[in-house]
Design a binder for this molecule. Structure first.
Ligand code: SAH
Ligand code: SF4
Ligand code: F3S
Length: 453
């Protein structure tokens, strides 16, 4: 039987999709690229903004059409939206399976049953904020099903933590991913060792607030130390960090002292206004955030920073927005992601606050903040001009035309530096998954261009 799997959402979801793929393959399914030739189509979904959910809804609309000519095709919705909407999704005629992020260990069983019995099934967590036996099933699923086809050659994502306890007032994640659980270090290390044996050179440790990783006496800095000792692993990253003092210096020290730990920190500020940060239930003030940023630059010279921002949060005035602009100017990120506030049903912000900022204003602030950042990115990227950088090659660029350079099998390649800068250069396709030295000859705000030395 053939399954097609499409993924929306963050790295957590992409990792879940890798685990689901591995489990289905183990269960004898074939994973295919073509949706219309599949016996079952699974959509791994995201609920973080309304737009993310709308994309899934229109995808389901397309599947409804396909099902008219292929009524036996099974459609499964998995992931965060499945957990959020549950039975409501199952009521859609197109949908046969609804499976939350906590139930993905059951996926093979659910697909098999749906194909065989043509009945609708739902598997979601009833009480999402309570610890449950499902955690053990997830842990086991995670440990045994390493995916064999990596999204990017020789790179892998490994979960350090599940869930989130922060309850930022705008955010749906705690309601769909459950409470924070740090995975046992031994399980993580064993997994990374296996990945290293299979040729993986870079691992990214994942968690919604990965810097608060805590298991017995182990914190993220300890974990970074242990992963550093694994032969074959050359680069280690971790995302996402919450601006907090706990463990912060230890983590930065690990970054400065352990050569394998990439000098890269993704630490979203969300806003530069103390009033808005408070309303968002972010536990810091803008000044504190900037202190943390300064500390990072001091302990880890040359660190690349990135951040996330929400514009148009309820009550955000021009003055609040100006403070966000000022924070961005001070922090000097390599890049940042800017999102327009999207009310999420069930969150505190949605229950207590009106979505007062007009869509037009959100849009304007979004564009403005990105423009401010672009100027900074441009200045920072220029510092690479004429320098040689080490990159881990991901593969041909999207626009790649094979053979622009002299050797056969050459293409425009794309790679990233340890600070996550994108580098575009010509080289042999065989370099995918390998390290290369590239001399930077031209820069743009988000991309460095160069030649192999
Ligand atoms: N755990 C991470 C972020 C997870 S969600 C952290 O705390 O940093 C990724 C990003 O989506 C967030 O950083 C935030 O900027 C954005 N986001 C989350 N909920 C949102 C909402 N309701 N509307 C708009 N953006 C949102
Ligand atoms: Fe959402 Fe806040 Fe948790 Fe990040 S830390 S996942 S923004 S609740
Ligand atoms: Fe990730 Fe979206 Fe879920 S951001 S955790 S896939 S709501």
């Amino acid at each position: 039987m053939k399954v097609h799997l499409q993924t929306y959402g963050c790295q957590m979801n992409k990792l879940d999709s890798e685990l689901v793929t591995a489990a289905l393959k183990n269960g004898g399914f074939e994973i295919i690229d073509s949706e219309k030739d599949a016996d079952a189509v699974l959509i791994n979904t995201c609920s973080v903004r309304d737009h993310a959910e709308q994309r899934v809804m229109s995808h389901l609309g397309l599947l409804k059409h396909i099902k008219k000519t292929k009524p036996d095709m099974v459609v499964g919705v998995i992931g965060c939206m499945a957990q959020r909407l549950g039975a409501e999704l199952l009521a859609d005629k197109t949908v046969d399976i609804v499976c939350g992020p906590g139930q993905i260990p059951q996926i093979t069983e659910l697909v098999t049953k749906a194909l065989r019995e043509k009945t609708k099934t739902i598997a979601v967590t009833e009480k999402i904020r309570q610890k449950s036996a499902e955690d053990d099933a997830l842990e086991e699923f995670e440990t045994v099903s390493d995916s064999d086809d990596k999204r990017i050659p020789n790179q892998a994502f490994v979960r350090a933590m599940r869930g989130c306890n922060n309850f930022c007032t705008y955010c749906i994640v705690p309601y769909v991913r459950g409470p924070e659980v740090s995975r046992p270090p031994a399980a993580i290390i064993e997994q990374v060792k296996r990945l290293a044996d299979s040729g993986v050179k870079m691992v990214t440790l994942l968690g919604q607030t990965v810097n608060s990783y805590k298991y017995d006496t182990y914190c993220l800095a300890d974990l970074l130390g242990m992963v550093s000792e694994i032969d074959g692993i050359e680069w280690i990253r971790f995302v996402t960090s919450y601006p907090a003092e706990e463990f912060y210096e230890r983590i930065l020290k690990a970054m400065s002292e352990l050569p394998k730990v990439c000098k890269y920190l993704h630490m979203p500020a969300q806003s530069g206004s103390d009033k808005i940060l408070k309303a968002m239930n972010r536990n810091y003030k803008a000044g504190k955030y900037l202190e943390l940023i300064d500390k990072a630059k001091e302990i880890v010279p040359g660190i690349a920073l990135s951040g996330d921002f929400i514009v148009g949060f309820p009550g955000e005035t021009e003055e609040d927005f100006k403070q966000t602009v000022s924070l961005v100017q001070n922090a000097r990120y390599k890049n940042c992601f800017v999102f327009k506030y999207s009310p999420r049903p069930g969150t505190t912000a949605d229950k207590r606050l009106q979505d007062t900022v007009a869509e037009e204003v959100k849009k304007k602030r979004n564009i403005k903040l990105l423009a401010v950042q672009e100027k900074i990115s441009d200045e920072l990227s220029k510092e690479f001009q004429g320098k040689e950088v080490k990159v881990l090659v991901e593969g041909p660029s999207k626009k790649a035309k094979v053979n622009p350079c002299s050797e056969k099998g050459c293409a425009q390649l794309i790679g990233r530096t340890e600070g996550d800068w994108i580098v575009v250069f010509d080289g042999p396709m065989t370099l995918a998954g390998e390290f290369a030295k590239v001399k930077i000859t031209r820069t743009s705000p988000l991309t460095l261009f160069g030649e192999m030395g």
